[in-house]
Design a protein around this ligand. Structure first.
Ligand code: CA
Length: 579
């Protein structure tokens, strides 16, 4: 704690900590639980229990203490002042015909970012705006994406359904000749909000900056934010890209879409460009020597620089969010707006994005606004599809009966015993992995265990960090953990990790007789989930071929297209031999 206070004293406004001299061994995301404990003095923690029933009020909120103060003062005034106050209240009521209107809903959706926020225990950088949002609302420490990659996550997010149930579980699918339509009765959320009279919009949340926090290009001001849905949908479900387009007194459902961890790019050129932007905006970049890499990544200058620029993407995101929140306040909307901040999956790295370890699926989730308890932390397990359900409930819209997301804010909500996640084909990289988390365990099932962890992938292999890992592997320069975790030629069919003892998921207990009962418990839970949710599983061969062809047609770079084709032939061969 002493060290923490010393560190805090060195941070600047937009928050960078100098930790060069701190000799303690460091971890990043998994230090969450220990860091959270420091909230116990100042913030209420509600463990494994839904929040105290607080009805979602539909009224515009004037803080009660302000009303009490006004009335108290009025009683001490002379009759003329009392009369004037009464008239003012009458005028206020007459000029606020929407006094019973539902709240605005603002989602802040960030790409490719794990929970590397100060309020989640990250100590190399500071995230003052998001920390403040968390203090003013409700922070979930155990929120998980049901998918570790953009399009499948977003397809699930916008329907409140598991991507595996609605057939949208293969990354960037349904964009060409292979058409995917949503099952009957399933609708993207903006459709339901529009039916309820909401203005639906998706953009950067700022008129001056785009999703990259760069000045808005004049010809792109009407551009919608990122959708990336793996099903056929109608762009008219969005009324515009900003809430400023709404009618007077019309509530709005806004998605602020931010580039997040993607801002750093995947090459030294893109790192340098982004570092320059960070210097200009925040005055200082994060020192690569200060970062702490997970134990399965080599202590290497390229790895360190990449992670430092990644942390700077978190700082820029925090800065952008701060400006959006300030705008809401300036426009007098804060008290009427439910803000929900989250990311679409973890950091894009060798064991993060596209994989079901914590690095890939653990996400930050923070809510603030009407009826949200302030300064509260919840540690029960939630899934990102729950955001759809709770948003509808907050708006007073009936949750469709088939929706699998749950209103985790409901007074009669029963916390989940398990949360589930799925990874399927990503680009040409054909795979099927499923996971189930309970309070104490993470169970992973690899349906293609004969294939390596880092399979051929045109997308991932285009990144400098993956190229560097492959180079170090070829040169015999990786540490034993990295060799085993990232470069084993096969994967175990089942993995079981004790969450609190093994935050990096390194010690597979699936073959440990002492954990047989837990293995069976989680195995059964996954089997049941697959059956009950109608997990649609792998693509048929002809669908795989069609999707690969569709994606190649949309790949402009000839060299990239050719690599994609060569890789797809490897997967076809593996399919044919049952590998
Ligand atoms: Ca993403």
């Amino acid at each position: 704690m002493g060290n923490l206070r010393a560190e805090q004293s060195t941070h600047s406004d937009e928050g960078i900590l100098k930790t060069k001299t701190d000799p303690r061994p460091r971890r990043t995301t998994p230090c969450l639980k220990s860091q959270v404990s420091r909230f116990t003095e100042t913030r209420a923690i509600r463990k494994k229990h839904p929040y105290t029933p607080t009805q979602h009020t539909r009224t515009r909120r004037i803080p009660m203490h302000k009303i009490q103060t006004l009335l108290h003062q009025a009683l001490q005034w002379n009759p003329t002042h009392k009369f004037l106050l009464t008239m003012l209240l009458v005028v206020f009521r007459l000029t606020h015909p929407t006094a019973a209107s539902p709240p605005n809903i603002v989602w802040i959706v960030v790409d490719d970012m794990s929970a590397n926020l100060s309020c989640y225990g990250e100590s190399v950088i500071r995230t003052p705006h998001l920390d403040k949002l968390a203090r003013s609302g409700l922070q979930f420490t155990d929120a998980y994406a049901t998918s570790p990659v953009c399009s499948t996550f977003r397809s699930a997010l916008i329907t409140g359904m598991y991507q595996t149930t609605i057939g949208a579980h293969h990354h960037r699918s349904g964009r060409g000749k292979h058409v995917i339509t949503l099952p009957s009765g399933v609708a993207p959320l903006p459709v339901l909000f529009k039916q309820a009279g909401y203005y639906t919009c998706m953009g950067s949340g700022l008129n001056s900056l785009d999703y990259r926090s760069q000045p808005q290009a004049p010809n792109r001001t009407a551009r919608l934010g990122k959708s990336d849905y793996n099903f056929t949908w109608d762009k008219r479900i969005f009324d515009g890209n900003d809430w400023s387009g709404r009618d007077a007194n019309q509530p709005f459902f806004m998605q602020v879409q931010l580039h997040g961890g993607k801002l750093r790019g995947a090459s030294e050129t893109s790192y340098a460009r982004f570092e320059k932007e960070v210097s200009e905006t925040l005055g200082q970049t994060t020192d690569p020597e200060a970062v702490r890499l997970p134990p399965y990544y080599p202590d290497d200058p390229i790895m360190r620089r990449d992670w430092a620029t990644y942390l700077d993407t978190v700082r820029i995101t925090d800065w952008h969010v701060g400006r959006v929140l300030a705008r809401l306040k300036d426009e007098g909307l804060t008290d009427d707006t439910l803000v929900i901040f989250f990311t679409d999956h973890g950091i894009s790295h060798a064991r993060g994005k596209q994989f079901l370890y914590d690095e890939g699926t653990h996400i930050p989730l923070i809510l603030a606004g009407p009826a949200i308890p302030t300064g509260t932390i919840r540690q029960d397990l939630v899934e990102h599809i729950d955001i759809a359900a709770l948003s509808l409930a907050a708006a007073g819209i009936q949750i469709p009966p088939q929706m699998q997301g749950r209103d985790v804010l409901s007074s009669n909500y029963q916390p989940r015993e398990f949360v589930f996640a799925a990874r399927d084909r990503c680009g040409e990289a054909d795979d099927r992995i499923r996971s189930v988390r309970s309070e104490k365990y993470l169970y992973i099932r690899n349906f293609f265990p004969k294939r390596p962890h880092l399979m051929p992938s045109n997308y991932k292999d285009g990144k400098l960090i993956i190229q560097r890992l492959r180079r170090l592997h070829a040169d015999g320069m990786l540490n034993p953990i990295a060799e085993r975790v990232l470069f084993a030629s096969e994967r175990p069919p089942e993995e079981l990790y004790a969450r609190s003892q093994d935050p990096w998921q390194l010690n597979n207990l699936a073959n440990d007789p002492a954990h047989l009962q837990q293995l069976q418990r989680h195995r059964n839970a996954l089997n049941q989930w697959i059956a009950e949710t109608k997990d649609q599983g792998p693509e048929r061969d002809e669908v795989y071929l069609q999707e690969v062809e569709d994606q190649m047609l949309s790949t402009k770079n000839a060299e990239s297209r050719e690599q994609f084709r060569r890789n797809s032939e490897i997967y076809q061969a593996w399919r044919a031999m049952g590998k």
